[in-house]
Design a protein around this ligand. Structure first.
Ligand SMILES: Cc1cc2nc3c(=O)[nH]c(=O)nc-3n(C[C@H](O)[C@H](O)[C@H](O)COP(=O)(O)OP(=O)(O)OC[C@H]3O[C@@H](n4cnc5c(N)ncnc54)[C@H](O)[C@@H]3O)c2cc1C
Length: 551
């Protein structure tokens, strides 16, 4: 189909309205306001900043623990405490060790788990609040629009094309067909969060990769309303041990919110040997530890979600500037995997990008040379300080927890250097071992009260997609799924997907892959963890996906 696309031109186009993209928009709008008020030339306009968000609302696709270090927000909105939805300050930081039947609290909480001065928040609410500020600053925010294709220009990019709307599942236009817009901009900021679909393509095409490929984790989360007195607001615990095998990297969290709500979840590094490992089922088992079971008893599940996060850190950071563009937030690897914190780094990277863009717009030069000032700003900021200290942290766990803790201890006393610096990493999907032929365990069913199957959980994610549209999970070779993958890895997509999207169904004497794309919670795990790297996640029709209200 050859579409007649409407063209729009902006000064700045920001793809993704998460903490990074919105911080970039707000900081730039504020700089422009002060610049124009001073009478300086050239006059700039915040109306020439466009923000695209694929979710149906700002914040709908935000999922995080979420403990927020407020320092970047304080720089962005100095009086943030007056109006930001901060929920509750952290009052107690615990580290717990779990076995199947018991738990104990470490007498001293290891420093990375200490959260004094931070807030437990709903990231969905914080991002909504930030979105309102951005809109009030006259920035144009387009919800339900996904950036679907990059417009390549010079040695970088010149904008994006949004997704076509109103196409049926066979690729034919429906009555409401609307071709995507061609949005051109002097500077395009990729703020797509973890495993951005456009960022992935750009990094590969322009060879922006660092010495290590990006590593990822998957976080599976539930929000519960519990009986009064089961948990204090501001109580924060991280758990180690059961049921995460010691060969793997991962752990749980329990964060007490106001109004008897608690955020619980488990994160697992997406680099494990067993292709039948199931992070969702492991999280459900984790809830049966007596400590968690007792806390949740008499309570009810409110929301569910899952999302990947970039674990690679400094040595996986792509080159984040190029002709006509910058990468910010999780897309640019600005996450501290030791502390599981990316919100403040996303905000700070967005602000530094805005300051760089502001200078570039004034000079009329948006080449890579001018935009490289972003890298210098990052290196001179606390982003580098924080990420440099943990530059080898995640790689240190590639041979299991025992060696991981020894590596961490040595890195701690050597300022992050550890035994080897830089410590190299492999892409997580390369860690799978072939299946031995043993039959797979029956799928986890849950008891419907404390533990749930994936479909029940997906129901609580508020996920919705228009069913009559092309599948947004592109499997390049279905034959590989039905033959080679069955024998070699037992179709790990059925296990790693926390939303029951992938299913092997009977097909004559064999099996074939069924993709229930409407369940997709946009966690991107399939794009990351497929052993043959033949699954590509692309943006569905805008507005599709989860609704992480209050998460
Ligand atoms: C399970 C889990 C727990 C976490 N816990 C914590 C924590 O306790 N504390 C902490 O500080 N950090 C935590 N993080 C990390 C934190 O959530 C991220 O670092 C932060 O949200 C990154 O912000 P961002 O703006 O880069 O990306 P995101 O918050 O992911 O926002 C990106 C936005 O871009 C949109 N988007 C993506 N692609 C497109 C496209 N092509 N077109 C249009 N829109 C698009 C998405 O819908 C989304 O709204 C956690 C992350 C996870 C997954």
């Amino acid at each position: 189909m050859t579409a007649q696309r409407e063209q729009l031109e902006a000064d700045v186009l920001i793809v993704g309205a998460g903490p990074a993209g919105l911080a970039c928009a707000l900081r730039l709008a504020n700089l422009i306001k002060a610049h124009n008020a001073s009478g300086a030339k050239p006059e700039l306009s915040a109306e020439n900043i466009y923000v695209l968000e694929k979710g149906r609302e700002i914040g709908a696709h935000q999922l995080s623990g979420a403990i927020m270090n407020p320092k970047a927000l304080a720089e962005l909105v100095p009086d943030f405490e007056k109006s930001a939805p901060l929920d509750t300050p952290v009052t107690d930081s615990a580290a717990l060790f779990f076995t199947e039947k018991s738990s104990f609290r470490f007498p001293i909480t290891p420093p990375p788990f200490v959260n004094t001065g931070n807030y437990v928040v709903s990231l969905n609410k914080v991002v909504k609040w930030l979105g309102e500020k951005v809109e009030a600053a006259a920035v144009n925010v387009f919800k339900e629009f996904g950036g679907a294709q990059l417009i390549y220009e010079r040695d970088g990019i010149g904008g994006v094309i949004t997704e076509d709307k109103g196409i049926d599942k066979n690729g034919n236009p429906k009555d409401n067909y609307q071709p995507g817009y061609e949005l051109k901009a002097k500077v395009t900021v990729l703020a797509e969060g973890t495993r951005g679909s456009l960022t992935k393509e750009l990094v590969a095409k322009r060879k922006l990769d660092n010495i290590n490929p990006q590593s990822y984790g998957i976080g599976v989360k539930e929000l519960w309303e519990v009986q009064p007195d089961k948990i204090k607001p501001g109580y924060v615990a991280h758990t180690l041990g059961w049921p995460v095998p010691s060969s793997m990297y991962g752990g749980g969290w329990i964060y007490g919110l106001s109004n008897n709500r608690v955020s619980i979840g488990l994160v697992i590094a997406l680099e494990y040997a067993d292709p039948r490992f199931d992070a969702h089922a492991t999280f459900q088992k984790w809830k049966t530890n007596p400590f968690v079971r007792n806390m949740l008893e008499g309570g009810k599940l409110v929301r569910y979600g899952a999302k990947s996060l970039p674990y690679g850190g400094w040595y996986s950071m792509p080159k984040n500037y190029f002709d006509g563009g910058l990468i910010v937030g999780d897309s640019g690897s600005f996450l501290d995997s030791q502390k599981l914190k990316g919100i403040h780094l996303a905000i700070k990277s967005g602000m530094l990008a805005a300051e760089t863009i502001f200078e570039a717009l004034k000079s009329g030069d948006t080449s890579a040379k001018t935009l490289s000032a972003y890298q210098t700003k990052v290196e001179n900021s606390y982003i580098k300080k924080e990420l440099w200290k943990v530059r080898n942290f995640h790689q240190g766990f590639s041979h299991g927890q025992f060696r991981g803790f020894i590596n961490t201890a040595f890195q701690q006393i050597t300022g992050g250097r550890g035994f080897i610096d830089p410590m190299r990493a492999h892409a997580g999907h390369e860690a799978y071992k072939r299946i031995s032929g043993a039959p797979a365990e029956a799928r986890f069913a849950g008891d419907g009260k404390l533990t749930f199957d994936r479909l029940t959980d997906v129901y609580h994610s508020g996920t919705r997609h228009e069913e009559d549209q092309p599948c947004h999970l592109h499997v390049a070779d279905l034959n590989t799924c039905a033959t080679k993958c069955v024998e070699e890895y037992g179709n790990p997509c059925q296990y790693f997907c926390p939303a029951a999207v992938y299913e092997m169904v009977k097909d004559g004497a064999g099996q074939k892959l069924k993709v229930n794309f409407a369940n997709c919670v946009h966690c991107k795990t399939c794009d990351i963890a497929d052993p043959y790297q033949i699954i590509t996640w692309v943006v569905p029709e805008g507005g599709g996906g989860p609704n992480y209200e209050g998460m």
